[in-house]
Write a protein that binds this ligand. Sequence first.
Ligand SMILES: *Cc1c(COP(=O)(O)O)cnc(C)c1O
Length: 377
Amino acid sequence: MVDLQGQYKKIKNVVDNSIQEVLESSAYINGPYVHEFQKDLENYLNVKHVIPCANGTDALQIAMMGLGLEQGDEVITADFTFAATVEVIALLKLTPVLVDVERDTFNIDIDALKKAITPKTKAIVPVHLFGLAANMDAIMEVAKEHNLFVIEDTAQAIGANYTFKNGEKQKVGTIGDVGTTSFFPSKNLGCYGDGGAIFTNDDKLAHTIRGIVNHGMYKRYYHDVVGVNSRLDSIQAAVLKAKLPYLDDYCDARRNAAKFYNNAFANNSNIITPTSSCCGEICDSCDCHVFHQYTLKITNGKRDELHQHLLDKGIPNAIYYPVPLHAQKAYQDDRYKEANFPITNELTKTVISLPMHTELDDEQLQYITKTINEFVD
Ligand SMILES: *Cc1c(COP(=O)(O)O)cnc(C)c1O
């Protein structure tokens, strides 16, 4: 699905030099690279505060702790996403409220979101799934009307630009009260281990969060709040600092591969290619999709056969996600009615994700698309 070796080889010198510096400095935790990467990412995202942490799941948890969410508060998120999003809500004894998604964008459905709001609702967690920005115009409007926090799960979409209805652009993850991301190796900006970060433009919230990631300490050995230990280590920060300047090129490479796929499947009536626009016509040619995944919908009922056929042909592929979150054992709840999740239920049966990374060449793309078009016709 990804080619991390190929990507590493192209930037081996820069990355190796950075890592070597950390090894020789012996500042393995909170070394200068962590601070430098933080500053570089603040500049790249045009956000006031980046707080690095240990992984993308921690980032979500810490964001929710930082906002002061409490037991019983309802937090709305999408039924169709990676489990980490709902996991931390449940872990903090908040009440997860899962809602259906849109068929075209795979992102949270705005009508379903509005219907799920109760007097107990405190926050919305939009996930920019597969790299496509969620409809932030609508989400921010709903949040403002009901006085809700917005926590953007940007684990799959770092680098994507959201274009507002008024034409202004802003990096996803910096639009809501707080944004989170993951630097897991296969994410669009990946390190060589675990890593994550939290973004916010709110000075007070940033201060609170900086304490929480470090055992609730604002002054050494004075613990004002219950915190966690969640750090980005210096070696990962060195890798990320070396890779960040390439992120825009990486996004372009993914978009180019997506274009190749789109063209190759354009005339196949049993395949629906992913939309590349987050809010309709306005950003038809915009950069709101960074294709963390390239996900097709197979409409002739043969998705599972295709999955097996591609494996037989040596073509990696994956079903993200095979089970809706509301149907997962850990997150079942009597409040959920199947009739409320028609789209997620459908998507879990039709979606298939193809190899998507920065190193795909035309020969590989040709082979993948030819194999698929021959099988699905
Ligand atoms: C990967 C991912 C996470 C979690 O990131 P980790 O660094 O693996 O903890 C959270 N949310 C989404 C949508 C993800 O894809």
